[in-house]
Design a protein around this ligand. Sequence first.
Ligand SMILES: [Zn+2]
Length: 415
Amino acid sequence: MGWNPMPVRAACWALLGTLFAGAAVAAGPATTAPAADSFPMATGVRLGGDETQTRFVMDLDRRIDLRVFTLADPYRVVLDIPEVTFQLLPQAGESGRGLIKAFRFGLVMPGGSRMVFDLTKPVRVDKAFVVDPADDAPARLVLDLVATDRDSFMRQVALDQKAASTAPPPSQPQGQSSDPRPLIVLDPGHGGLDTGAKASSGELEKDIVLDVAKRLRARLEKSGKYRVLMTRTDDTFVALADRVEIARKAGAALFVSIHADSLPHKEGDAQGATVYTLSETASDPQAAQLAEEENRADVIAGVDLTNEPDDVAGILLDLAQRETKTYSMQFAHKLVAELKGAARLHKDPIKSAGFRVLRAPDVPSVLVELGYVSNKQDLQSLLSDTWRDHTAEAMGQAIDDYFSARIAGANSSAN
Ligand SMILES: [Zn+2]
């Protein structure tokens, strides 16, 4: 493939500060956000080249700014751009060419989109720029990659991290409230460019679980007994550590992460809802595999994990977690008892594994897999309005049971 010189304008690299100064939590409708159709629109993508040099081109209806950085293990190139409406084929990015194995795109925060390129080997970003629209040509985003060695790639990763660390830290999510009602944090899994499990008919886990979470929020708010916060309220990616931090900083009394599972065809069929709590050793190999799969969310969305402290190390934390673990288990049992009346349960409905999203040492946390999008009957349920309402009601009832038991327990121990 030829590398014809194109009219180039240097990309603006100053965008990072403004783009990433926003809050990590998507709370409520943004009143200043422009209508969806006023966002720049991406209308097509092309890949060219081979294993030594690869070019990615994306057509846009106008010029945008971009920032590019690299991540290692696995090798990735990440493009941060302003919020873009991606009018691309649903399968765009599922396969690649040359140095690009596959790529993903979507919202990572209100106002910010991201593209993550999985690489077949280490690369050097030769060029990354946007060509202005001409008379009969759209604007084009161009990313040129050239094969390099691991050492060179790792040096670039280090430089990219240094550049990123000078950006202002994200602002804090909302703080403690004077409202004495317990705060429930609902955590719809995935979002944005991380779609989660995908049904063969195209439905996405991220959409299903967001809808169920919203129904549960409505159920809880209607009772008047709780404050409710969601880690995301729209199709935005939220990093796993941020989900935990949102719950901790807001002083959550309970954290409920909502997912829907999928089993690869070759591994047979599985069905029903499962409730997971945290453990360092998984209850069975399937639970371990699922946790690994769910923990990949950050890798999928191009989150840099190198600076994240390992906040689960140490025996002190283990002691602090003991009470939390007991409460998490109590809630898991109540949830399974209530779900029994609304949803099909997995044959082994309470399990545990090392889910990153359950690692708040001070917030009782469970992760519920509502069912398998890979199972025909489960999928039918997951897509049914009635089933979602019943399931949200059952989860709400379990939360009621859990808190009335805790209040009763507190009263009897005070006597
Ligand atoms: Zn999931």
